[in-house]
Design a protein around this ligand. Sequence first.
Ligand SMILES: [Zn+2]
Length: 171
Amino acid sequence: MSTVDEFTDEFTEANETSPSPQSAARRILIITCMDARILPTPTAAFGLPVGSAFTVRNAGVERDSEALRSVVIAQQRLTTREIRVLHHTDCGLETFDDNVLRTQLIRNPPKPGVVIRSTVQSMSFLPFKDQRQTVRDDVAFLREHPLVLAGTVITGWIYNVQSGRIERVLD
Ligand SMILES: [Zn+2]
């Protein structure tokens, strides 16, 4: 049996006994990067069982309001009362800046002949240079946001993609 088959079987087994999405057990929401090296799942990185937390993923984690829509739904329609912001080492968002990506897009538009200059110039792709500061900024953004419930426990973490260890970033 291949590794993928084994993983799929394990995943299916774990999910057969999972509670409904509205379960009171799912009070934790993890916001993390889309990087495929955070394995096997962001939930497992914290030692939590499969199906015990909601997960929102995007390029570079929170950074501005990209995950906010999901946070509001998880708190208002589901049961989330704790948010863990999980960055990781060796993130691709540390390898470029906005101007590099803007220039690349303008020189080679995704749809040939379609002018995208003004769209691209008003858009930030939210790269960063100081990872620890970025974790603190993301946590502060959520703590201070008027749409996030008062009393929500919000913490920041870094996952080491080489060792698989997880470290809490104190603010
Ligand atoms: Zn990343």
